[in-house]
Design a protein around this ligand. Structure first.
Ligand SMILES: Nc1nc2c(ncn2[C@@H]2O[C@H](COP(=O)(O)OP(=O)(O)O[C@H]3O[C@H](CO)[C@@H](O)[C@H](O)[C@@H]3O)[C@@H](O)[C@H]2O)c(=O)[nH]1
Ligand SMILES: [Mg+2]
Length: 191
C-alpha cells in the first residue's frame, strides 16, 4: 500500500465552499517517493433519501435547477433527484429527516441507512450517506419546496417506480445518487 505524507495545503478559493491544492509525498510499494499535487473541493458531506410507498408502487423525487449541469450540457439545467442535503452540523440521520420535511413536505418516521459513497473521489471530498424510508399520504405536513431564503424552488414529484426506472433509460433522470437509490429499491425487491 502506498504511504502518504501531506507536506502542504494551500487554499485556492474560500468562498461558498473551499478549494485546496494539496501537495503530498506518495511512497510506492518499491520505496520510490513521488511528489504529487492534487486539488480537492471540500463542500462538506451530504445525505440523500428515497421515499417509497409499497401499496401505490411510487417514489418521491424532486426537481430543481442545478447551475453546474446547465453550464455542462443540460439545456434547461433542471434535475430530477432524490431528496438530499448537506450535513451542516447534523449527523446524517437528523440531516435527512430535516431535509425530507423541508424539500418534500413529508415527516417520515422510520428510516433505513442503505450505504455510503464518495460521489466524485478524484476531485470532491464529499461522502454521501444513502437512506430509504416508507412514506404515506398521512405523513404529508406541508407542501415542501425547500427553504425560501436559500432560493431552493424545489418541485415535488410522485412517480411510479417503473416510470422512474424508464426515466433513467430515457435520460430524464441523470443524477447518480438518484439512479443508485432507484436501482437499490428495485434490486432489493422493495418496490
Ligand atoms: N448562494 C450560493 N448557494 C449555493 C452555492 N452552492 C450551492 N448553493 C445552494 O445551497 C443549497 C444547498 O442545499 P442542500 O439541500 O443542503 O444541498 P444540495 O445542494 O441539495 O446537496 C445535495 O445534492 C448534491 C448534488 O447532488 C450532493 O452533492 C449533496 O451531497 C447533497 O446530496 C442549494 O440550494 C444550493 O443551490 C453557492 O456557491 N452559492
Ligand atoms: Mg437539497
Amino acid at each position: 500500500m502506498a504511504q502518504i505524507k501531506i507536506t502542504q495545503s494551500e487554499v485556492l478559493s474560500d468562498n461558498w465552499y473551499v478549494l485546496r491544492k494539496i501537495t503530498y509525498e506518495y511512497t510506492q510499494a518499491d520505496g520510490g517517493v513521488q511528489i504529487h499535487q492534487r486539488e480537492a473541493y471540500d463542500r462538506g458531506n451530504g445525505a440523500t433519501i428515497l421515499l417509497y410507498n409499497k401499496e401505490a408502487g411510487t417514489v418521491i423525487l424532486t426537481r430543481q435547477f442545478r447551475l453546474p449541469t446547465y453550464v455542462n450540457g443540460n439545456p434547461d439545467g433542471m434535475m430530477i433527484e432524490a431528496c438530499a442535503g448537506l450535513l451542516d452540523q447534523d449527523n446524517p440521520e437528523d440531516c435527512i429527516r430535516r431535509e425530507t420535511e423541508e424539500e418534500t413536505g413529508y415527516k417520515i418516521t422510520e428510516i433505513q441507512k442503505v450505504f455510503e459513497a464518495y460521489m466524485s473521489p478524484g476531485s470532491v471530498t464529499e461522502i454521501l450517506y444513502f437512506f430509504i424510508a416508507a412514506y404515506a399520504k398521512s405523513m404529508k405536513v406541508s407542501d415542501g419546496g425547500g427553504v425560501e431564503h436559500e432560493q431552493e424552488n424545489i418541485e415535488v414529484l410522485e412517480i411510479p417506480i417503473h416510470q422512474a426506472l424508464q426515466m433513467i433509460q430515457s435520460g430524464e433522470i441523470k443524477d447518480a445518487k438518484t439512479i443508485m437509490l432507484l436501482q437499490h429499491i428495485k434490486l432489493q425487491g422493495i418496490l
